[in-house]
Design a protein around this ligand. Structure first.
Ligand code: FMN
Length: 357
């Protein structure tokens, strides 16, 4: 890690985790990310759900909930950035403190509860971005429901209608542990109903209804094989374009050592790597490779990204490792991943997808 990056990270560590995050966002908004991303190694280029990615390493949802720093994060070398989760109406989320760094475990617990400035402001930022020169790279918009909404599907539809045509892909987040009732949407009947309504609205709202942008669902890592099978069948049946596996976990592995390990919320980072990769592998087996998957949970190195890809991920996302590793993370993961692919004789990252099965 460069000296300046190390100094900046130490300064941020002196603050509470949420204050540090807000400070980092402000710095990024004012251009501290600096230099433009250099061209990617061609072995990393890949086309997934019809979109061309110059590398498969993305920034997961939750870092840039209000679509403020998309270009700054792309210029750190991410091949794609997923902004959100955004809700139809602004909401402040849960009481603070609600974000905890588990340093000894290289992990994070959050119970933010979808704090966001609402979809109208989010859409305005995407419109402004489209009008000015911006970094190349793929942008996703991740949508959710307001805490007190009873008809969750109506909230997803409202967000999708407002964001149509403003991002390269959309994600319906069905798996945050911090919004009461949300994860219940992953059960068979609710998910079928929700996907049907959302996809209908999505097609209607798309600038070109014959070719709407890809729509994905993000699911949790705490699902049984039966639940995963229901989601796989519902997603294939409804015509969803892909799945993100997955979100934070409500499990607390025995191995956790940090003081705040018993805080309520979703756990992410290193302890999530193994269970979320097992869940991803199971989803790949159930969908038989017919549905592109994004692997997310605990990735901190090229070897971790490679493990997700071999388990069935066409793309990979990271968040928590950024807290510990700083702004060089995407570049390092890409460098290590390219080396691992070459060492195993692959010429394109897509050829390694699912090869662990
Ligand atoms: C502070 C924090 C906030 C998050 N907020 C969201 C969110 O708003 N929407 C979402 O889909 N996932 C959210 N996530 C989950 C991440 O996108 C990701 O799925 C999870 O952290 C696992 O990846 P990681 O181990 O690389 O962090 C959040 C994660 C963290 C740590």
């Amino acid at each position: 890690m460069a000296v300046m990056d190390r100094l900046a990270l130490s300064a941020l560590y002196a603050l509470s985790p949420e204050a540090a995050h807000n400070m980092a966002l402000r710095g990024l908004e004012y251009g501290l990310a600096g230099r433009r991303a250099e061209p990617d190694d061609p072995i990393l280029a890949t086309t997934v759900f019809g979109l061309k990615f110059s590398n498969p390493i993305g920034l997961a949802a939750g870092f840039d909930k209000d679509a403020r720093v998309i270009d700054a994060m792309l210029s750190l070398g991410f091949g794609f950035v997923e902004a959100g989760t955004v809700t139809p109406l602004p909401q402040s989320g849960n009481p603070k403190p609600r974000l905890f760094r588990l340093d000894e475990d290289r992990a994070v617990i959050n119970r933010l509860g979808f704090n966001s400035g609402g979809v109208a402001a989010f859409a305005q930022r995407l419109i402004k971005r489209q009008r000015r020169p911006h970094a190349p790279g793929i942008v996703g918009a991740n949508v959710g429901k307001n805490r007190d909404t009873t008809d969750g599907a109506a909230d997803y539809v409202a967000c999708i209608e407002q964001l149509s045509g403003l991002s390269d892909y959309l994600v319906v987040n069905l798996s945050s542990p911090n919004t009461p009732g949300l994860r219940g949407l992953q059960a068979r009947a609710p998910i079928e109903d929700l996907l049907r309504r959302v996809l209908l609205a999505h097609k209607r709202a798309a600038p070109n209804p014959d070719k709407p942008p890809p729509l994905l669902a993000k699911v949790g890592p705490d699902l049984t094989t039966d639940q995963l099978r229901d989601i796989a069948e519902a997603s294939l049946g409804a015509g969803v374009d892909g799945l993100i596996v997955g979100n934070t976990t409500i499990e607390r592995p025995e191995s956790l050592k940090s003081r705040d390990k018993a805080e309520a919320g979703g756990l992410s980072g290193a302890p999530l790597m193994e269970p979320s990769t097992a869940c991803l592998a199971e989803m790949y087996r159930l969908t038989k490779g017919r549905l592109p998957l994004i692997g997310c949970g605990g990735v901190a190195s090229g070897a971790d990204a490679y493990a997700k890809i071999r388990a069935g991920a066409s793309l990979v996302q990271v968040y928590s490792a950024l807290v510990y590793e700083g702004p060089e993370l995407a570049r390092r993961i890409k460098r290590e991943l390219a080396q691992l692919l070459r060492a195993d004789g692959f010429v394109r990252v897509a050829d390694a997808v699912g090869r662990g099965h």
